[in-house]
Design a protein around this ligand. Sequence first.
Ligand code: NCD
Length: 295
Amino acid sequence: MAKSGDIFSVNDLSDGDLDRLFCATRNAKAHGFDNRFSNKILLTAFFEPSTRTRLSFEMAAHRLGLKVLSFDQSFSSMKKGEGFLETMANLLAMKPDICVVRCGQRLEPKMFDNESPMINGGDGVNEHPSQALLDCFTLLEHFGTDDLFKKKILIIGDVAHSRVAHSNIKLLKRLSAEVILLAPQALRLRHDLGQDLEVSSFSAVPGEISAVMCLRLQKERLIGGLSSDLDLTDFCLTMPRLLRLGTKSLVLHPGPMNLGEEITKEVALCPKSLIYRQVENGVFVRAMLINHCLS
Ligand code: NCD
């Protein structure tokens, strides 16, 4: 369990926190942001590449009136040999009011001596809580409901190495969704996170899926590279496959997309795709997460 105020996992938010967060997000979307943190500083410390997550947190912080500092690893003393923990200890010693960190290893609460709240912006293969929050918010918003009861959510691709999948499985289950995983044998989930069903081909997916979440193959995390018998064409979401999953099935992807690999361009841009809505909602959800941590 993280220290109070830290969000390392979706499970660091109680059911009440989740309700309040989603309600505040709906409010911010309807009425705009409350710019009340102009005396606070948010630090983003990203030790892995990012487009959406880092800029979305920074955009959210600016919208709330915070000042933003962004750590740039390529111009840092890590180039002189300083390690991750020592770098983080120095960044936290400067006492930002809130820090968002992304790194290649699993974050543990006891790693840092932080006074100010920390948010996990993606830690190795472990979790990516803000992504799962914005994914679930986007689904709830689309369905106009407070939970995902009776909704079948299919997650396709590299489930083994996807922190997005890990956080989503936990959160989707908490919101009462039925979670089905479709992955090649070598990329199946390594732990039981409460998923309902795991299948290894599109034909084995039970019909009428409410939403499909595609995952990028995490090539950077494959130890020993790709096995030559791993044929991912069987797991790419094409339009005929989407139509077979259900006439109303929505499409999600956390990005970055490798078009033609895990999803075709036609599917990514089709009317049932919520992919850019996810990005739009990310700013609102992250703003309300910052607000939650600072309040
Ligand atoms: C994901 C990540 O970094 O875990 N992207 C994101 O934050 N939007 C997914 C990925 O890299 O495939």
